[in-house]
Design a protein around this ligand. Structure first.
Ligand code: BGC
Length: 368
């Protein structure tokens, strides 16, 4: 036996077995170029071997490895295998940061301090997720923070971008906790009054590829009310009690009543006990894998979107799998859609001298 023949294998094995021993780790990998800037994929790894990967483009989370009931890691977020996937027309905001205003603003306009503002109309005459080039389509600077469990993402949004007033300085921290939590802390300041509503658009499927849809997932949302919408998904201004189909106060399978909701779930639930403190507001679970996910937030609303517009046509998907309708779902913690035009909704206007903050945590648990 020639020892040299086995040396590379030995080194590889040593490298593989040593990596998880380190408490925390951040790895980087080139991920292409966007607007002449290098895009890097950063991967945070915790002591349980959970991994969270993020790219500069859109601050998008490209991969989230979470253990199942047997400790097997599986990727629970929808995404693409290359930057080309993220850049494709019709990328439905996979894993991205959303702003300046998450969800829709009626007729792409609002009046603030007696001044009318016109936004990009990118959704049937309304403005969705910040307009034509929302924060999902910009380059975020990423910095590794000491301790190797957090990344800081920053973006300076210019006065007038997408039609919004004021230069907005944004800082988002992604932290991978040793308790298998992905924590997102947002902070923003402005030099002119402006609406701000930031959120994260990860699409989850806790089966990690073993089930093509999320219809068998159980969901519980701590909300008695929701904001009814018109046919273009603009709130009609009321806050109503949840209908039977929208009642998730007790956990139920996503697919149980979905046929009763025209188009599928795409609504804002008015979360109970909103006082801007961090509280648990929802639990998603998938019995077969034993994976569960708690959602904690400081926000008053939760947009539960059941992946209704996915239709299997996206290219560059991970492992070439088609993302068919309901392949994955979003639980976007945020203020209510169209708040700048709805005086009765919690306010979303940030003024110079104030600091916008929001925190949301997706915490992964074993449900068995
Ligand atoms: C919205 C959906 C929209 C989707 C885009 C969600 O936040 O509520 O209506 O189609 O984002 O992928």
């Amino acid at each position: 036996m020639k020892p040299m023949k086995y040396l590379p294998v030995f080194l590889l094995l040593t490298a593989c077995t040593q990596a998880p021993k380190k408490d925390r780790l951040i790895m980087t990998k080139p991920f292409g170029n966007f607007e002449s800037q290098a895009v890097t994929e950063y991967t945070l790894i915790n002591q349980q071997g959970m991994e969270l990967s993020v790219i500069n483009y859109g601050g998008a989370v490209t991969r989230l490895l979470v253990p199942d009931k047997n400790g097997e890691q599986g990727d629970v977020v929808a995404g693409f295998d290359s930057l080309a996937g993220y850049l494709q027309k019709g990328n439905p905001y996979f894993g991205a940061l959303i702003g300046r205003y998450g969800n829709r603003i009626d007729k792409a306009g609002f009046t603030l301090d007696d001044h009318p503002y016109q936004l990009d109309a990118n959704d049937h005459g309304n403005s969705l997720h910040g307009g034509n080039k929302g924060y999902d389509k910009v380059y975020w600077q990423i910095t590794k923070l000491p301790g190797d469990s957090s990344l800081k993402l920053t973006y300076k949004s210019k006065d007038g971008e997408g039609g919004y007033p004021g230069n907005l300085d944004i800082e988002v921290m992604y932290t991978l906790g040793s308790d298998n939590s992905w924590r997102i802390d947002y902070k923003a300041t402005t030099d002119k009054p402006t609406p701000v509503n930031l959120t994260q658009h990860a699409y989850f499927n806790l089966s990690a590829g073993s089930e093509p849809t999320i219809l068998n997932h159980n969901l519980q949302i701590d909300a008695e009310k929701y904001t009814p919408v018109d046919s273009l998904l603009i709130p009609i201004g009321r806050v109503d009690g949840v209908t039977a189909a929208l009642d998730f106060r007790n956990a139920k399978p996503v697919g149980r009543d979905i046929a009763q909701v025209a188009g599928g779930y795409d609504h804002n639930w008015v979360l109970n006990k909103h006082d801007a403190s961090l509280r648990k507001v929802a639990i998603l679970s998938h019995a077969a894998s034993g994976r569960g996910m708690e959602v904690w937030t400081t926000e008053p609303g939760l947009q539960f979107y059941s992946g209704n517009f996915l239709d299997g046509t996206l290219s560059h998907t991970k492992n070439g799998k088609p993302y068919i309708q309901h392949a994955a779902l979003c639980l976007e913690a945020q203020h209510f859609p169209d708040s700048p035009n709805q005086p009765s909704f919690p306010g979303t206007i940030l003024r110079p001298g104030q600091v916008y903050t929001q925190t949301t945590i997706y915490k992964f648990i074993n449900i068995q």
